[in-house]
Design a protein around this ligand. Sequence first.
Ligand SMILES: NC(=O)c1ccc[n+]([C@@H]2O[C@H](COP(=O)([O-])OP(=O)(O)OC[C@H]3O[C@@H](n4cnc5c(N)ncnc54)[C@H](O)[C@@H]3O)[C@@H](O)[C@H]2O)c1
Ligand SMILES: N[C@@H](CCC=O)C(=O)O
Length: 543
Amino acid sequence: MSNAYFEIREPINEPYLGYAPGSAERAALKERLKELKSEEIEIPAIINGEEVKTGRTADVVMPHNHAHKLGTVHYCGEKEVNQAIEGALEAQKKWADTPWQDRVAIFLRAADIITGPERFTMNATTMLAQSKTPQQSEIEAVGELADFFRFNAWYLTKIYQDQPYSPDGMWNRVEYRPLEGFVFAVTPFNFTAIAGNLPAAPAMCGNVVLWKPSPESIYSSWYVMQVLKEAGLPDGVIQFLPGEGADVGDPALASEHLSGLHFTGSVGTFNHLWKTIGNNIEKYRTYPRIVGETGGKDFIFAHKSADVDRLVIAALRGAFEYQGQKCSAASRMYVPKSLWPEFSDKLVAEVKKIKVGDVEDFSNFMGAVISRKAFEKITGYIDYAKEAKDAEIIAGGTYDSSKGWFVHPTVIHTTDPHFKTMEEEIFGPVLTVYVYEDKDFEKTLDLCDNTSPYALTGAIWARDRYALKQMADRLRQSAGNFYINDKPTAAIVNQQPFGGARKSGTNDKAGSMVNLFRWLSMRSMKETYQAPLDWTYPYMGKE
Ligand SMILES: NC(=O)c1ccc[n+]([C@@H]2O[C@H](COP(=O)([O-])OP(=O)(O)OC[C@H]3O[C@@H](n4cnc5c(N)ncnc54)[C@H](O)[C@@H]3O)[C@@H](O)[C@H]2O)c1
Ligand SMILES: N[C@@H](CCC=O)C(=O)O
């Protein structure tokens, strides 16, 4: 390979297709959905490029039609994890020395496969596996995933170019090495883009990765792995290890070669993984980097000067798109008394128009929640609100699990700012609103800041500029992604780097240079042109 100094063009965000009636993309997507549904697939592990069928299987079904089987997945355990670690360390010898341009070319090619020939496969598999509408699937399984690959490739070149100062007589250099060992990527069910990015970002930096996808979205994760293989990812660089959490997690975290954890999921799982790493700390050859993005209790805070019509739409989309199963979803709201009658009338009227059902019916705005477990958790909160004296359900509150895990968009009005559903992450289509006295604006900002242990996303609404400033200042630590007169969801790579602090995670912003730095270990190098020939210093000279 030539030693030429290569550059890649600054990417732009992938434009989304609209899937409007009569469009070619709508017809193509419907066709792909039909094809995929007509077949059952077998999902093995992939270790060193080989398909491994363990025989410990589980059914893969659709959340909106749980009787429909999409396939069978083979689960891994300690034996397969240990094989994967050994194979990854072997693959690392070549991969870590592969020039950056050859590494990133694979991910740039994968982005073009995702947005080109496999676009409708990517969209359709996420619709079927995670019950997303075509819109919700397009923005992430196609748009965001391709953006992650393209922008991370570009950021990486910027990092490599960042070099230290060299005074006369020397050349100071920094080498951005991959970590020594393997990175363990553990991914959540709700975003195919996150599932793909968590193993890909460290791999692009020259690391080898064990990827444990979520059992609840294994179907779309499998297709991401196929795209990476198709793009030329060498064997062993990303080991695909489906399985139950601890079956894969315990042996991976017990290895002396663990060099990093790239996690997105719930705070409970992250705390467990962090503690396990802490307990194993003496074993490791290097201190593992720990990156984890976790839950949220995301807010919308309205001032009395807010534009009510726009606020209603932001609340509806922010709370109910993808059934509220976004870590960023609006789940608590603070509305001043002076706006409440108009706001609640309009919000309830709009929520009543929402259609919930099979995502293959494109007139639906919402599909099903991911699993029986999620359904029971969410409906438990709804039932709790139904019984509570200090809360009233003003929209929704109904659910049906006979065919799929359907929960209707639900709005709770509470008189208690610490009501259970104002404080705990529900991860479903439930929005709780607390109405405050206009004169208590400042006190309510304090309340908003102190109510939840999370600090992921938040949105403030006002026309009054001074009020906006006051809100932004007071809520500075309340959200890592902060929105002004917008909904708190739908961050875009390279536009709103994503992540939160407090109990929402380490805020290492997915799809940013900050994230990539976590998978690189700097080696400072100083080359001296004329090393001294004399060990004495001038101050030692005779007076
Ligand atoms: N902050 C963010 O960027 C962000 C993005 C998406 C989702 N989330 C959060 O993720 C959660 C929803 O996702 P979920 O239900 O998939 O989360 P989860 O914590 O239940 O699972 C996440 C992953 O961890 C795995 N896991 C569980 N126990 C494990 C163990 N002992 N060892 C190894 N792996 C283990 C699961 O199998 C899954 O792959 C919500 O809390 C949501 O807020 C956060
Ligand atoms: N990045 C997504 C949320 C990812 C978490 O689920 C958003 O901004 O809505």
